[in-house]
Design a protein around this ligand. Structure first.
Ligand SMILES: Nc1ncnc2c1ncn2[C@@H]1O[C@H](COP(=O)(O)OP(=O)(O)OP(=O)(O)O)[C@@H](O)[C@H]1O
Ligand SMILES: [Mg+2]
Length: 206
């Protein structure tokens, strides 16, 4: 697996500076770059360990079914081939999508209809925030479950209220999946998240 990290932030050339107050895509201000996009009310991360791609999908399916609702943002991070798309496939299944969910790498955004609408976004090939804005990202966030692969690269520009999913290869076929919840809307759901993860073996409490 090729280890590639993409951190040349989408804020390069950000055209929305100074006009972002009424937008949900936010340009980081110079003073807030390090913490922008993160809420102060982040809860302790929880971890799970999966032993196959099917188990990752099953975990994500349970999260989708039990926890996700329209307006939610799921920020997916992890190196190339770590399992971000697999996680999104599981979420989609949990939300009732029956058509195949494929990587949005080249199209940037793919949408699906399940019990709720889903937007699956991959920002890997975007170079500027304007491109994300042009794609109507703000509108996507309104009434869909939106999953963003490489979302950590755009983190300061995205709403603070989110579920963050970090996937890290562990042993052969294994992935450590760390989930952290941020924002008010997740506070009431964090306990349920722990319950949903309980069947998936944990490599150790975080
Ligand atoms: N436990 C596991 N969970 C998820 N994927 C796994 C696991 N074990 C092996 N894999 C393999 O890792 C790959 C994950 O591919 P996937 O496309 O989901 O990654 P990705 O993070 O979306 O990649 P990219 O950065 O290219 O978008 C698949 O080939 C899958 O079979
Ligand atoms: Mg992918």
């Amino acid at each position: 697996m090729q280890a590639v990290t993409r951190y040349h932030l989408l804020s390069l050339g950000c055209p929305l500076q100074g006009a972002a107050s009424d937008r949900r895509l936010r340009c980081p201000s110079p003073s807030s770059t390090s913490s922008a996009g993160r809420s102060a009310d982040a809860l302790e991360p929880v971890k799970a360990l999966t032993h196959s791609v099917d188990e990752t999908r099953a975990l994500a399916e349970d999260i989708g079914r039990a926890l996700l609702r329209p307006g939610d943002l799921v920020v997916l991070s992890g190196e190339l081939g770590s399992g971000k798309t697999a996680f999104a496939q599981g979420v989609a299944r949990g939300l009732g999508v029956t058509e195949p969910v494929v990587s949005p790498s080249f199209t940037i955004v793919r949408e699906y209809e399940g019990r709720v609408r889903i937007a699956h976004v991959d920002v890997f090939r975007l170079d500027r925030l304007q491109e994300l804005h042009d794609l109507g990202f703000d509108e996507l966030l309104d009434d869909r479950v939106t999953l963003v692969e490489w979302g950590d690269a755009a983190s300061p520009l995205l709403p603070a209220d989110r579920l963050e999913v970090r996937i890290t290869p562990a042993g052969e076929g294994e992935r450590e999946i760390q989930l952290s919840t941020h924002g008010e809307s997740w506070q009431a759901r964090s306990r349920r998240l722990g319950e949903v993860l309980a069947p998936f073996s944990s490599p150790g409490k975080s």
